[in-house]
Write a protein that binds this ligand. Sequence first.
Ligand SMILES: [Fe+2]
Ligand SMILES: [Fe+2]
Length: 264
Amino acid sequence: MAVEVLTTADGRAKTALSRAHAARWRDARAAGTPIPVGEAAPPLHPARPAAPELLDPRDVPRRRPGSPQGRIALLHAVAHIELNAVDLHWDIIARFGHVPMPMGFYDDWVKSADEESKHFNLMCDCLEELGSHYGALPAHAGMWRAAEDTRDDLLGRLAVVPMVLEARGLDVTPGMIEIFQKANAQSAVDALKIIYAEEVHHVAYGSKWFHFLCGRDNTDPVVVFHDLVRTYFHGALKPPFNEEKRAEAGIPPDFYWPLADQLR
Ligand SMILES: [Fe+2]
Ligand SMILES: [Fe+2]
């Protein structure tokens, strides 16, 4: 099921399949007849639509959120992040089937993938309402790098994807909500508030399973986290941090502050 999502290129088709598979998983769990977890061979790169054109981050035009075009660019960038997130959550399910994990691990990532699919569709709806669509603008090419770098390392994947990248989403989303509030763009405000509320759980699932694995290995989670982020994440973490939401998601300050701004 995960590989099917990963190998579907069109965004709306990928997210429709993702939501259907998540519902199947959930229903089977509720009925007491869980779908068995097997091993799979996910592609190194998920299938993606022909548009948007993927550019080096340095070549993606800068967004000026004060203008309508800038707000469209911002929604487009979020849609792109959400589509990547759909693939990231199915990828962790497909790629690490050889690591024995409790069923709750799969429940959490299936639920996250379902929510990311909803987020992508919400962003597409907002773009279409403004006369644009996903694929109309170029997008960031580097999004899958973290997945590639951590393809052999489940702890590394948890450290970098939910606990660094998705946690970063918690830091920046309130500012985005404010931009759309100022522009009286109510559907974007509503959509971003849903995204903000649900992303806390994805970060929390990352922290939960990271701590679970460290406990199983009898290692110090803070030390292991710092090691893995320095190995797989390129650059320092950017303050200001949303300390309250990060705490709610199970990431205390001693995890991220020592990794902040080390390049300066
Ligand atoms: Fe999301
Ligand atoms: Fe997420």
